[in-house]
Design a protein around this ligand. Structure first.
Ligand code: MN
Length: 163
C-alpha cells in the first residue's frame, strides 16, 4: 500500500509486477494479499503477481500467514483453516514468472524473465514457450512435496536460499 501511495494506483500506463512473498512478511498478511488480489481482479492487465516461496502451504503455515488468519478469522477453527486452504489453492495458480517486454512508448530493451528466486538446472535449456507449457512444467501445486515437477517449481521460488 505504501508503494502504491508513492507511485500512484495501477492503470493502463502504470503497470506493476510484484515478485512474490505477499504473505509471512509482518502482521498484515491477510490485508496485503486481499489488497493485491482485489487490484488483480479489478485491473488484470495492470498488475501482475509472481509466486514466491511463501505462497505455499508448507511455508506459510509456519511463518505467519496461518497465525494471521487465526487472529483475524479465528472465530472458529474451521473458518480460518478453510480460508487458509482457499488462499493456498488460489496461490497455486499464481505464475512462477513473468516476461517483461518494452512497449513502443518507452526506451527499448531486450525482454527478460522475472522469477522470485532463480532458474532450475532443468529450465536453463528450456525456451520461454517450453517453460510456459503446462505439460512440461505442471506448476499448479499447493504442496510441492506431492507435485510431479516439485524440483522445478520449488527452484523457481527457493534457489536463492540454496545457492
Ligand atoms: Mn522468498
Amino acid at each position: 500500500m505504501d508503494i502504491l501511495s508513492r507511485t500512484g494506483n495501477p492503470s493502463a500506463t502504470n503497470r506493476f509486477l510484484f515478485n512474490g512473498d505477499f504473505v509471512d512478511r509482518g502482521r498484515y498478511s491477510l490485508e496485503t494479499i486481499v489488497y493485491l488480489m482485489t487490484w488483480k481482479v479489478a485491473l488484470p492487465n495492470s498488475i501482475h503477481l509472481n509466486r514466491g516461496n511463501h505462497e505455499e502451504a508448507d511455508i506459510n503455515e509456519k511463518y505467519g500467514f496461518l497465525s494471521d488468519l487465526e487472529d483475524k478469522l479465528g472465530f472458529s477453527k474451521g473458518a480460518y483453516l478453510e480460508w487458509w486452504n482457499k488462499f493456498n489453492d488460489a496461490f497455486s495458480f499464481i505464475p512462477l514468472g513473468a516476461v517483461v517486454r518494452s512497449s513502443s512508448s518507452v526506451q527499448s530493451f531486450l525482454p527478460f524473465l522475472v522469477v522470485h528466486a532463480g532458474l532450475p538446472k532443468e529450465a536453463v535449456q528450456m525456451t520461454i514457450a517450453e517453460l510456459n507449457d503446462t505439460k512440461k512444467v505442471n506448476r499448479v501445486a499447493t504442496n510441492f512435496r506431492e507435485a510431479k515437477t516439485a524440483g522445478i517449481i520449488s527452484t523457481f521460488m527457493f534457489v536463492s536460499l540454496i545457492h
